[in-house]
Design a protein around this ligand. Structure first.
Ligand code: ATP
Length: 238
C-alpha cells in the first residue's frame, strides 16, 4: 500500500441488510483498524457472511453507513470495492477448477496488479503452488485450492482481507499454515476480518474478536474475554 490508511479502515454503523423482504442485519456496528486481525464468531444464521458481503459490495445495505479506507461506499459495486482494496475469500474453494494454477492467478487481475507480479508473489508465499503451476486447480487437494484462492487474494495487495470460513473441510495443520500467511499479512498492514467456526485457532491469532448474534454484534473485546463468552452466545444466551 502506498499511502497510510485512515483509522478505522473499516467502519459499519447501524447497517441493515435484507434478502427480499426479510431483514437479516438489524443494525451492525463494527470498526477495524489498519493491520488489525478481527475474528468474527457466532452461531449459524447470525449474519456473519452477510456482513462480509456488505463489505465486499455483494449485498447492499438498506440503512446505515459503510466506510472503507475513509470512503463512504454504500451502493458501490464489488469491482469498484476490489479497486479500493477489498478482497473477499468466500466459503468453499473459490478457484476455477478447469484452469491451471498459473491461469487461475492470471485471470485475477481486476485489482490492477500486473499478472506477472501476482504470480511471483503467490509462488514466493506458497512454493507448493509454484511446483503445481501447470496442474488443473480442480485436481488439487482442498487445502491446495484454498491456498490458491488465498494466494490470489493476497497478491493483489489488499487493504482489507475478508475471510469466510477459511478452514472449512481442511485438516488442522493446513488451516494453521494458511492462517500463518494471514497473520503475516496483518503484520504488513492488511486489515483482516475472519469469520470462522474453528474458533479456538482464530482466537489464538486475532487481535480482537466479536460475536454476532441475530443480525447484530452482540459482544466484542480481547480474544481471551470473548472465548469465555462464546458458549453462551452459541446457546442463544447472547
Ligand atoms: P452461517 O455460518 O450458517 O453461514 P452466518 O452467520 O454467516 O451463518 P448468513 O449466511 O449471513 O449467516 O445468514 C443470515 C440469515 O440470512 C440466515 O437466516 C440465512 O438463512 C439468510 N440468508 C443468507 N443468504 C441468503 C440468501 N441468499 N437468500 C435468502 N436468505 C439468505
Amino acid at each position: 500500500m502506498t499511502s497510510p490508511l485512515p483509522d478505522p479502515v473499516i467502519e459499519l454503523s447501524g447497517v441493515r441488510a435484507s434478502y427480499g423482504r426479510i431483514e437479516v442485519l438489524h443494525g451492525v456496528d463494527l470498526k477495524a483498524s489498519p493491520g488489525e486481525f478481527l475474528a468474527m464468531l457466532g452461531p449459524n444464521g447470525a449474519g456473519k457472511t452477510t456482513t462480509l458481503h456488505v463489505l465486499a459490495g455483494l449485498v447492499q445495505a438498506t440503512a446505515g453507513h459503510v466506510h472503507i479506507a475513509g470512503r463512504h461506499v454504500n451502493g458501490t459495486n464489488p469491482d469498484a470495492l476490489a479497486r479500493v482494496g477489498v478482497c473477499l475469500i468466500t466459503e468453499g474453494r473459490g478457484v476455477f477448477p478447469n484452469l491451471s494454477v498459473s491461469d487461475n492467478l492470471r485471470v485475477f487481475s481486476s485489482s490492477g496488479t500486473p499478472v506477472s507480479v501476482i504470480e511471483e508473489r503467490s509462488y514466493d508465499r506458497f512454493p507448493r503452488l509454484a511446483e503445481r503451476r501447470n496442474q488443473l486447480a480442480g485436481t488439487m487437494s482442498g487445502g491446495e485450492q484454498r491456498m490458491l484462492a488465498l494466494a490470489r487474494g493476497l497478491a493483489t495487495d489488499p487493504a482489507v482481507l475478508l475471510l469466510d470460513e477459511l478452514s472449512i473441510g481442511l485438516a488442522p495443520l493446513i488451516v494453521e499454515s494458511l492462517y500463518e500467511s494471514v497473520v503475516e499479512s496483518a503484520k504488513d498492514g492488511v486489515t483482516v476480518i475472519a469469520v470462522e467456526q474453528f474458533a479456538t485457532l482464530v482466537l489464538d491469532l486475532a487481535d480482537r474478536a466479536c460475536i454476532m448474534g441475530h443480525g447484530k454484534i452482540s459482544d466484542e473485546g480481547p480474544p481471551a474475554m470473548i472465548a469465555g463468552r462464546l458458549r453462551d452466545a452459541y446457546l442463544g444466551g447472547s
